[in-house]
Design a protein around this ligand. Sequence first.
Ligand code: F6P
Length: 528
Amino acid sequence: MTTFVPPQQRATWQSLQASANQPMAHLRELLKEPQRAERFQLSAGHLHLDFSRQRIDTHIWSQLQALATESDVLGQAHAMARGDAINATEARAVLHMALRGANQPTPPWGQAISAQVTDVLKRMLAFADTFYNGTAKGHTGEAMTDVVTLGIGGSDLGPRMAAQALAANASPHVRVHFVSNPDAWALHSTLRGLNPATTLVVVSSKTFTTQETLTLANSARRWLLDGGVPERALGAHVAAVSAAVDKATAFGVLPENIFGFWDWVGGRYSVWSAIGLPLAMGIGSQAFREFLAGAETMDQHFLSAPVDQNMPLALALLGVWNRNFLNCPTHLISPYAWRLEKFASFIQQMDMESNGKSTRVDGEPVDTATGPIVWGGLGIDGQHAYFQLIHQGQHTVPVDFIGVTQEDTPSHGLPMAAEHHRVVLLNLNAQAHALACGRDAHDTAESLRAGGMSEADVARLTPHRQFRGNVPSNVIWMDALTPYNLGSLIALYEHKVFCQAAIWGIHAFDQWGVELGKTMAKAMESGA
Ligand code: F6P
């Protein structure tokens, strides 16, 4: 057992702190450096990372890589892959990589795990395809038309996000709905207009004890019965996904409609497991396998690329530089593709429920900042909502822009789709540039003067209309929003989160912070 070294005691951490204490040129100057764009780029799979607008130079970049090496981040990654119980407070392995790597001839986690994964995946995809292809039937013999998924957190956010992201792959035979909130209106607004005779309810819950989800499940079951589904035929209208198969069985779900997964799958890392059943129903087994393959490609890259070529590690190190050395308290996820509308919420749980910790792996309080506040949403909508603060407010907010280079809207759908795409990408590029370069007082005054403004007004308004810039950002490009590329993108962020936890010396895969609220709710319920 190696002795834990707090990050700030590492020589590389201290040299980074020394670098951070030195003045650095403004990004508008750094971006003039020849070869900068080429120097600060990485590719993996079909993803491309442009980090030239980060507030680093080659010296800092090499120091960050040295920190990764001294922290043995990639060594810890291999420990995860071979199934070490790195989720130490729950004494569990962390093997979401096994969910998408089951075809590997000699997987680091072993053939037994792969065999379990393969068995459930085969059964789940066969079931999913009956809905995707429109052949699944309800108790009346009519084809099933709707799938209503009940789940919350990691049992909801991944499949919900991916179903929208992969709208281009959506089945014409079935509509997939997601309900997470126990407020009656959430379920009512989904169920109204649906036909119980052609609706499947999927209860997704790793523990099958989450009160919100069970409230929804009991209410949806009542809706089916009141809607004419006979008790004896209920089994054709309810499925369950859980690591607690016994509890799903006790709820009354037929064994053939229960799809299990394992305690070594964290909820926020479970979209690849049977939790992805509703996604597979919507996009079909082939697309789901492509989704898995894209993630596996990123896994292979993560486990094999050297420190200076490793995309997840680069994202992690840049995040550590911004969080711990530039003291940025938040991190903005800003996709510029409508289909990625829910991506920020998905990453928010993944990152904040993993790294929102303040106790080190050795049980001592952390001495450094850990997980940032991760927030975001569609970039262009954000430009008309919170970008004012990012441009002229008091916080420096590092941004991950995510862009899709190809336009693939069905041409019969919208003849001007290419113009839409041009506007979207123009805004992404303009915002990244504006945040990096800003516009100083001199250039602002020149701009106002050139617009014919009087000198008095120029003097009066310049302080209000200048932009400090120097806001760091990454741009993650993908060629097309395909199942494969989405899989790679999600895995990229999963491994980024892992790397940051490894550097900070915190546990990423437990979530004790969610327990107190649940405990208090139960105590209040019992009148204690
Ligand atoms: O938010 C707490 C949490 O346990 C998440 O980690 C999890 O994804 C969610 O609740 C739902 O849990 P379950 O899938 O067990 O219903």
